[in-house]
Design a protein around this ligand. Structure first.
Ligand code: VG1
Ligand code: CO
Length: 544
């Protein structure tokens, strides 16, 4: 088989965002677009030549074609070994698990996560480093700089590889191993959680759950683990078959997009526990009967109860949350004498803290939580954590959360997303807020007094790398906060995210409707940022 070298020209828009490079499928399909980015990975990550790689995606439209291209390029760039999920499928957490287990020189994940899929929708590619985590900024910047000067890429002239049968294939000098995408991940889950105890919970017959895979990657994982291994009744996993367009849905596990599963938790036939995951399997939504657990509360409960769970029974080292995530976990950490780190948005910022053993658990308000078992957030892991906790406690989800609030106080939380904004108008909102920061310090805004107002900066405690302009943070003296930032995962226009949090220590005030509690903060946020005047939007597109 022969290696061909193709001449190419740089694209100017291949800088990875919060989580990899995301564009419309049509952009990735255009001449040399995917090839340029992949060659830039091989050119900058020099250990890959003669080394090994994990490769898989969430099964969205263009996944299979992209895998064939990347395999032919891997062979032409001297990779010794590529591990690929059968059918080209691997969840994001499974890729992280495999990189660590087989000690590869990295991994490539094909996904645009919770963004819709299909010929006119989104595709994405992300490189993970040998620790199993998303590449840090230093690596993504190196790849980006390479994409600005690239002039050729290499490919093996190879036939299409059969991805649908497990086994080993030789592609030039490269060994391609097609593996069961679920087995290694399921084994790891069995080490962390008490499967026997969860089995007993299901077999007692009084506990019912549903898991919505949203026609995305977690279907096969959830079916195998929940139904085959743990004995949940057949039909526990709904929408379990991965589809290229996610069945036309938006595979984002929140109250808006995962509405189907929410309806199963209400009414006379409601299940006791329900959950959903996103396109690539790293997000989770946790629901009890008539009860929604905010991701921020979920993290706080995990920190508070970790000792009850097999894999964390020795206690945890510390915790981290992304800046916009509520401060609920901070309160638990303080009570337990643990450090709680506040990092910028995106999982890559947890990597160094996990590697250095500073933290064991971490999470984001955007339905993401995880631990030191891998270096990605992990949707099914969170579901199994909750299942294990329910098996220990034998109490309804709502009771566990209410008890938590009584003990630590409640952090009411909501996020407003203004999607598809004019890019300049959205940038103008942030600039306007930046200009106001000096005057905001200590200011009285109605009944609120500003304790701090800044443009969030983070210096990594391990390697001292600095990240600036990570969002506008306005904290008030009584514990409330407003945060503004622009999304880094969209593929058209801009998305403004407004994160709102209000703290309530009084147990008699902890059952109010979130919208009612948040109303004054919503109004204040709108005024501070001149949202309607600058964007033309009176209402957000999504509230979570
Ligand atoms: C969003 C979330 C962020 C998350 C990122 C990737 O980023 O806010 O918390 O880490 O998506 O998640 P942004 O820049 O759009 O706010 V996933 O599930 O897309 O890999
Ligand atoms: Co995701």
């Amino acid at each position: 088989m022969q290696i061909s070298t193709f001449t190419t020209h740089p694209f100017d828009d291949q800088r990875p965002g919060t989580s990899g490079l995301r564009k419309k499928v049509k952009v990735f399909q255009s001449q040399s677009y995917l090839e340029n980015f992949v060659q830039s990975i091989f050119d900058t990550q020099t250990d890959l030549a003669g080394g090994s790689l994990v490769l898989g995606g969430d099964g969205r439209y263009y996944n299979r074609e992209a895998i064939q291209i990347i395999l032919a390029m891997a062979a032409a760039n001297g990779l010794a070994r590529v591990i690929v999920g059968q059918g080209g499928l691997l969840s994001t957490p499974a890729v992280s698990c495999l990189i660590r287990k087989y000690q590869t020189n990295g991994g490539i994940i094909l996904s645009a996560s919770h963004n819709p899929g299909g010929p006119d929708e989104d595709f994405g590619i992300k490189f993970n480093t040998p620790n199993g985590g998303p590449a840090p900024e230093s690596v993504t910047e190196a790849i980006y700089h390479r994409t600005r000067e690239i002039n050729q890429y290499r490919m093996l002239d190879a036939d299409t590889i059969d991805l649908d049968h497990t086994g080993t294939i030789k592609l030039g000098d490269t060994q391609v191993e097609i593996i069961d995408p679920v087995a290694d991940y399921a084994e790891l889950m069995g080490e962390l959680f008490d499967f026997e105890q969860i089995r007993q919970l299901f077999s007692a017959g009084e506990f019912r759950m549903r898991f919505d895979a949203m026609h995305a990657i977690t279907g096969p994982y959830a079916k195998h683990i929940l139904e085959d291994i743990l004995g949940a009744e057949s039909g526990t996993v709904i929408n379990g078959e991965p589809k290229e367009d996610f069945g036309g849905g938006h595979p984002d596990p929140n109250l808006v997009h995962a509405h189907e599963i929410v309806t199963l938790t209400t009414g006379p036939d409601a299940v006791d526990f329900a959950a959903a995951s996103d396109g690539d399997g790293d997000r989770n939504m946790i629901l009890g009967r008539d009860f929604f657990v905010t991701p921020s509360d979920s993290l706080a409960v995990m920190v508070a109860t970790a000792r009850l769970i097999k894999g964390y029974s020795d206690g945890i080292a510390g915790v981290a949350r992304s800046m916009p995530t509520s401060q609920a976990a901070d309160r638990v950490a303080a009570a337990l004498g643990l450090t709680c780190y506040e990092t910028p948005t995106g999982w890559k910022y947890f990597g160094n803290l996990l590697d250095a053993g500073r933290i064991t658990l971490c999470g984001e308000e955007s339905f993401g939580s995880g631990s030191n078992h891998i270096r990605e957030k992990d949707g099914l892991w969170a579901v199994l954590f909750w299942l294990n906790l329910l098996a220990v406690r034998r109490a309804p989800v709502a009771d566990i959360i209410r008890q938590h609030w009584r003990e630590y106080g409640r952090n009411y939380y909501t996020r407003y997303d203004y999607e598809g904004l004019d890019t300049e108008a959205a940038a103008g909102v942030i600039r306007y807020l930046q200009q106001q920061l000096p005057q905001l310090q200590g200011a009285d805004l109605g009944s609120y007094q500003v304790e701090y107002a800044d443009d969030f900066e983070y210096t990594d405690p391990i390697d001292s790398s600095k990240s600036t302009h990570q969002g506008i943070r306005i904290g008030f003296t009584e514990g409330s906060r407003i945060v503004f930032r622009l999304s880094g995962t969209g593929t058209s226009g801009a998305t403004l995210r407004v994160y709102l949090e209000a703290y309530e220590a009084d147990p008699d005030q902890q059952e109010r409707a979130t919208a009612e509690v948040m109303a004054p903060l919503v109004e204040l946020a709108g005024e501070l940022a001149q949202i309607e005047a600058r964007t033309g939007r009176a209402e957000p597109s999504v509230i979570t």
